[in-house]
Design a protein around this ligand. Structure first.
Ligand code: SF4
Length: 335
């Protein structure tokens, strides 16, 4: 659906989009790198206001958000396009598509809230492809849903300018940000972006009091050196908090990165150990066989707090936000 965009300015006959750090300068009739924002007659329009490519009820664990209402369901929405161009994208059929390339169903701004209530979902999640690029719709729909008492979560690459992030951030209860690597070279060569804006979004999310978890997809030879992972972990501890849940997930060959093998389990375990040595309290491995690496343990006494199996979770050792054995306060959002 066509709607005038927010966050842009005119530069002669061109328009500059200010939504994400690319700040595309778009000539008349042209589109930004995300393929969903277009200059028409000297104004910037979003082509995807309320245009939904995918909708599903997901366990919140699938985002992954392990410390945010565990066991609850998130009504999840995606659209078309993305502002990065990761060679290993797992959702490239929608993220690399133009709106005219795929089937999109039009939703009014109040429909996500209505559907979430009807299906007993605790939250709405903007996910599947990068939510930044349908900013106008996610802001409007989130505002309505919040009034209905529904939580809002965002699964994002973090590649968004600070002003728009602060606008959507007012409605966000939880966010999972992909830090794809801790190297500028990786971002430039593999993802078509830059690292620092992503780190800044993590900082702002923390400062705004949004529940934050971070995912780091470990790719053989690209971002799997323990030196790089240690730097990333130290940064989280020093600039965010040792309480931030970290998800190291396993890479599988995909899209334009089929020449690499899946991440060896042993590499993920080493990343887990580096994170724990760095002082991070809640570290998880994703896309691996069931085991201890998906459970939550009390960082003080080792009590099993939440047992997970795939996307299901059972609270075992929590009393409210505290460990039921030693009383340690846990960074977790629960009823
Ligand atoms: S949101 Fe799209 S059009 Fe705007 S700056 Fe980013 S890539 Fe360019």
């Amino acid at each position: 659906m066509l709607k005038e965009a927010s966050f842009w300015k005119k530069e002669d006959k061109k328009v500059r989009c200010l939504l994400c750090p690319h700040e595309c300068l778009i000539p008349e009739g042209g589109r930004g790198r995300c393929r969903v924002r277009e200059n028409r007659g000297g104004k910037l329009y979003t082509l995807i206001y309320g245009s939904v490519s995918s909708v599903a009820i997901d366990p919140i664990e699938k985002k992954p958000l392990y410390h945010f209402y565990p066991g609850s369901y998130a009504l999840s929405f995606g659209t078309a396009g993305c502002n990065l161009s990761c060679k290993h994208c797992q959702n490239y059929s929608i993220s690399m598509a133009r709106p005219e390339d795929i089937y999109l169903k039009e939703f009014d701004a109040d429909e996500p809230a209505t559907l979430a209530k009807r299906h007993g979902c605790k939250s709405i999640s903007w996910t599947y492809n990068e939510p930044t690029i349908w900013h106008e719709y996610t802001v409007d729909a989130s505002r309505i849903a919040k009034k209905e008492g529904i939580c809002i979560t965002y699964v994002s690459n973090g590649y968004i300018n600070e002003d728009p992030f602060r606008e959507i951030g007012r409605y966000l209860d939880g966010i999972n940000i992909d830090v794809k690597s801790f190297s500028e070279d990786f971002y430039r060569e593999i993802s078509g972006g830059h690292l620092e804006p992503v780190l800044n979004t993590c900082r702002v999310a923390k400062e705004m009091g949004i529940h934050l978890e971070i995912t780091y997809l470990v790719i053989p030879t690209k971002n799997d050196s323990m030196e790089e992972i240690r730097k990333f972990c130290r940064w989280v501890v020093d600039e965010l908090s040792e309480d931030i849940p970290i998800h190291f997930t396993r890479f599988f060959p995909h899209y334009r990165m089929t020449n690499l093998p899946p991440t060896p389990f042993d590499t993920l375990v080493r990343a887990f150990n580096v994170a724990k040595e760095s002082g991070l309290k809640y570290v998880y491995l994703g896309n691996v066989p069931h085991g201890d690496y998906e459970n939550t343990y009390c960082p003080k006494c080792g009590n099993l707090l939440i047992e997970r199996h795939g996307f299901s979770s059972v609270i075992k050792g929590l009393k409210g936000k505290n460990c039921s054995r030693c009383g340690e306060e846990i960074n977790i959002v629960v009823d």
